[in-house]
Design a protein around this ligand. Structure first.
Ligand SMILES: O=P(O)(O)OC[C@H]1O[C@H](O[C@H]2O[C@H](CO)[C@@H](O)[C@H](O)[C@H]2O)[C@H](O)[C@@H](O)[C@@H]1O
Ligand code: UDP
Length: 455
């Protein structure tokens, strides 16, 4: 059996709990197979990049690298999160390109390749994750690495005309052809990648999922929608009833219904639009006033990046305004919390909620949508209000699908969820839950690795 080696910027080290779907999902995948997880240690070294740390827990060997402040600023805060992240989420208006951060991004990828290459064996399966590490495969090949290399993009693949706005897009994206298999979240992402290869990459699509790249190399590509450990989330949720944090939340509602949103504090998640839609709900549905409390959990993310700080200020202002304008002495319409919660609490919060609000402007998948469904009480399930621009909307057909830019539409969906009869809630939930039982994180890992072995 070949060894699985996962490479990603973010590594869920033992004992670390941090919001973010990639780390949650990869940890669940590696727990089943064992193997090696290689990535950034999460630490800044005041002197230099490249200090290697190693630890083993169970069947997982973690090998991580420290980064210097400057490398971290240029690679993670800079090119990855101020250039690629906005661009890949269709936000050319927010993308900030500069050659210095691009050089830092390439430098850190070169360092990853230098430290990882000597650890690899020819029969390993190496699975590289996300936009932080697009050039890594080319660099590993230059170090003589011959094993199978796969890549998975967790974020959306944008339209090729948008991608073409990036200087160096050709060098960067043509580098994907050094992999044996490139995976995307949805069929639409795959289609947009194929368009890019055809229109800008000097390549051709032989058949869907089989491409000839500009350099004449054969490349396999496919859609592999990521998922959750459905059984585990459902189990945690069912056990959460007696948990103190869950009980305190339940008691604090004084019999009112709960609507919940759980998102990293990120502009892709559509939080200002969601807050405004919630206010619109209060205005358009006065008959429901005082019947529901909206809890938004939004742990601070990428706080060193300017756009994220601006967003945080805007959300504080909006939450204050909504409560100021609509609260009663005995009822506050919304609660806004910047703390990070472990799954043991979150799953209980999801289960308490009548409405789950997942309304990103763009999202690769959105695991919160899937967790919300898996955590529901089968006898009395809540309703998911889901943006059509989340990858999860391609699968979760029983959700109320909304356009997050249409504030009235989102407001009306919240009201519909509040009034939805039990029989309809059950029917919608059962369809989504049986999908998630069949398509869980193990199925995702298996289908990707099967395709990688075959590529
Ligand atoms: O590592 P961070 O900078 O703290 O950010 C957390 C992760 O955010 C993004 O997650 C994506 O992956 C999820 C799982 O596939 C998916 O459901 C979600 O739609 C994506 O946004 C990012 O792509 C990861 O690299 C980050 O680790
Ligand atoms: O306080 C929090 C907030 C979020 N999450 C987890 O972070 C992940 C977020 O993944 P998603 O795919 O929804 O979005 P991402 O943050 O990766 O863009 C989910 O597993 C959440 O349960 C968490 O553990 N604690």
């Amino acid at each position: 059996m070949s060894r699985l080696v996962i490479v990603s910027n973010r590594v869920a080290l033992p004992g670390e709990s941090r919001a973010g779907g990639l780390a949650v999902a990869l940890h669940a995948a590696l727990e089943e197979t064992g193997g090696m997880w290689f990535g950034w240690s999460g630490r800044i070294d005041p002197d230099r990049s490249g200090n290697v740390r190693e630890q083993t827990e169970g069947d997982i060997r973690y090998v991580t690298l420290d980064l210097s402040q400057q490398d971290h600023d240029h690679y993670y805060n800079g090119f990855a999160n101020r250039t690629l992240w906005p661009l890949l989420h269709f936000r050319v208006d927010l993308a900030d390109y500069n050659r210095e951060t691009y050089a830092g991004y390439r430098r850190v990828n070169a360092l990853f390749a230098e430290k990882l290459a000597p650890l690899l064996r020819d029969n390993d399966l190496v699975w590289i994750h996300d936009y932080h590490l697009i050039p890594l495969a080319v660099l590993l090949r230059e170090h003589g690495v011959r094993c199978k290399l796969g890549f998975f993009l967790h974020v959306p693949m944008p339209s090729s005309d948008l991608l073409a706005a990036l200087p160096q897009h050709g060098r960067l994206f043509e580098g994907l052809s050094a992999h044996d298999l490139v995976g995307f979240q949805t069929g639409r992402d795959l289609e947009r990648f194929q368009d890019y290869v055809r229109l800008f990459g000097r390549g051709r699509v032989i058949e869907s999922g089989v491409l000839e790249t500009g350099g004449g190399r054969l490349l396999h590509a496919g859609a592999f929608p990521i998922s959750i450990d459905t059984g585990h989330i459902a189990h945690l949720a069912s056990q959460s009833v007696g948990k103190a944090s869950v009980k305190r939340l339940a008691d604090s509602l004084s019999g009112r219904s709960l609507a919940i949103g759980v998102d990293r504090l990120d502009y892709s998640k559509g939080l200002p639009e969601r807050f405004r839609a919630f206010e619109r709900y209060l205005e358009r549905h006065p008959g429901q006033l005082g019947r529901m409390t909206y809890l938004q959990i939004a742990p601070v993310s990428r706080g060193d990046v300017a756009e994220y700080r601006v967003l945080r200020n805007e959300l504080e202002r909006l939450a204050g305004h909504i409560n100021g304008a609509h609260a009663d002495p005995d009822w506050t319409p919304m609660r806004y919390v910047n703390r990070n919660y472990p799954h043991a609490s979150l799953t209980g919060f999801y289960r308490l909620a009548r409405v789950g609000l997942v309304t990103p402007l763009r999202d690769g998948m959105n695991l919160v949508a899937k967790e919300f469904v898996a955590a529901q009480d089968p006898d009395d399930p809540g309703v998911l209000v889901l943006s059509t621009f989340a990858g999860a909307a391609r699968e979760l057909e029983g959700a109320l699908i909304v356009n997050p830019y249409d504030l009235d539409g989102v407001a009306d969906a919240i009201a519909q969820a509040m009034d939805m009869p039990l029989a309809e809630r059950r029917e919608r939930w059962q369809g989504m839950m049986s999908h998630l039982q069949r398509h869980d994180i193990a199925a995702w890992r298996r289908s990707y690795l099967k395709a990688l072995r075959a590529a």
